[in-house]
Design a protein around this ligand. Structure first.
Ligand code: SF4
Length: 72
């Protein structure tokens, strides 16, 4: 199921061109694939949107786990 954040995910608004090579890959893999695997979504889901750093890339799972562990 498509991620409900897709139209206003700050990652794509401020950090990454959604139609660039890497942006497209992330979009396909996470936003339109499995959002539960997205590092940004993991933090958002556990802690809330305000805990998601702008520079957290969807594939930074270790960092996401650290943020979650530190703020739980
Ligand atoms: S980067 Fe993650 S949080 Fe943002 S729209 Fe894609 S799946 Fe959702």
């Amino acid at each position: 199921m498509e991620c409900e954040m897709l139209n206003n995910c700050p990652f794509y608004n401020d950090k990454m061109d959604i139609e660039s090579g890497l942006g497209r890959m992330y979009k396909r893999r996470y936003c339109k694939g499995d959002k539960m695997q997205c590092a940004r979504y993991m933090v958002l889901n556990e802690l809330g949107e305000e805990f998601v750093p702008i520079d957290l890339f969807p594939n930074m799972h270790d960092k996401a786990e650290k943020i979650i562990a530190q703020n739980k």
